[in-house]
Design a protein around this ligand. Structure first.
Ligand code: ADP
Ligand code: MG
Length: 324
């Protein structure tokens, strides 16, 4: 892809979108030259997207562009970091102009909203694989890590987890629903909204945080493991979207999606009880909302309590089956 590679980069990825003051040199040289503000730590994360693995075959190119950036922004959000720069490694089977047009439009429209500049990358011919690295800033020592949860902390989640997993089954033709619910759930899968504002405002409030990419139970499990604690969750308090409730009349099935389905890109975080008022104030003003779903306990593992106060036995099996 020598000449066409150059044209392709020039046409779709050069000098598009926001131009930031902290970029001394962007796309076009051997390296980008970037300035990290004084007193900030650089938060870096990379994700690879493979068609048929990370998004359904046939997903609209603009949605793929959106999701490529959204998953990285979600990692920055989970650290409480402010997004700044992105680099993009693209392996493409051919220079498909219609796809590139859609992909780059979806990518830059989200990049502009979060003031992210694409500062470099690499473009090669090969199977379709999209890798994006995100760079953001967080004040020194203020990042939200996975290892800070303490016994007694409250556990919260933003938004309504489970929607994207249901959206995937709709995309695969395994389920059906009314038009409005299908549209909503497909959008939750294809165009996740990274919770950057929530993450930033949780600095100084949350003791630990993670973004939910593999399912709430599994990702909360990472916080618990890294922090050396366990948790009790109240199933009755799991937030559920109207669409999820419409499609799944059975409560057990709703819990299974809310806890086991991946790709939601919500934030799960813990908060010391002394900061409850602060977190409740924040939750009230966040567009995505956030809800308390349980608390941290000393005994390792995750215990799920039903609305009648009894422990849900053998929960593990069901969620493993779903989460793979
Ligand atoms: P090199 O041979 O030094 O790797 P390339 O020819 O691969 O340079 O890339 C030329 C310039 O275009 C570099 O600045 C590189 O960062 C940028 N670039 C290449 N592919 C992309 C892409 N998909 N998105 C953004 N920038 C890219
Ligand atoms: Mg190169």
């Amino acid at each position: 892809m020598s000449l066409s590679e150059f044209n392709l980069i020039e046409r779709y990825f050069t000098a598009r979108g926001v131009q930031r003051d902290d970029v001394a040199l962007g796309v076009g040289d051997d390296c980008a030259l970037l300035r990290v503000p004084e007193g900030m730590e650089l938060a870096v994360s990379i994700d690879a997207l493979v068609e048929g693995v990370h998004y359904p075959v046939g997903t609209d190119a603009a949605a793929v562009g959106h999701k490529t950036l959204a998953v990285g922004l979600s990692d920055l959000a989970a650290m409480g970091a402010e997004p700044a720069w992105a680099t993009l490694a693209l392996s493409l089977p051919s220079a498909d102009e219609a796809w590139l047009q859609g992909f780059s439009a979806g990518l830059f429209s989200l990049a502009n909203r979060f003031h992210v500049q694409l500062v470099g990358g690499d473009t090669v011919r090969g199977p379709l694989v999209i890798s994006m690295q995100l760079h953001g800033f967080v004040p020194r020592g203020a990042a939200l890590r996975r290892d800070g949860a303490r016994v007694g902390d409250l556990i919260y989640v933003t938004g309504t987890p489970g929607d994207a997993g249901l959206g995937l089954e709709l995309a695969q033709g395994k389920r059906s629903g009314n038009d409005a619910d299908v549209r909503y759930l497909r959008a939750r899968l294809d165009r996740p909204e990274p919770r950057v504002a929530a993450g930033r405002q949780l600095r100084g409030i949350a003791s630990a945080a993670i973004d939910v990419s593999d399912g709430l139970a599994a990702d909360l499990g990472h916080i618990l493991q890294r922090s050396g604690v366990g948790a009790r969750l109240e199933l009755a308090q799991l937030p559920q979207s109207p669409a999820l409730q419409n499609l799944l009349p059975d409560a057990h099935e709703r819990w299974r999606y809310a806890l086991g389905a991946g790709d939601d890109y919500e934030l799960c975080f813990t908060v010391p009880r002394a900061r409850r008022a602060a977190v409740e104030r924040l939750c009230a003003k966040l567009e995505c909302g956030c809800h308390v779903i349980g608390h941290v306990e000393a005994e390792p593992g995750l215990r799920l309590y039903q609305p009648d106060g009894t422990l849900l036995e053998n929960a593990r099996h069901g969620f493993d089956h779903f989460g793979g």
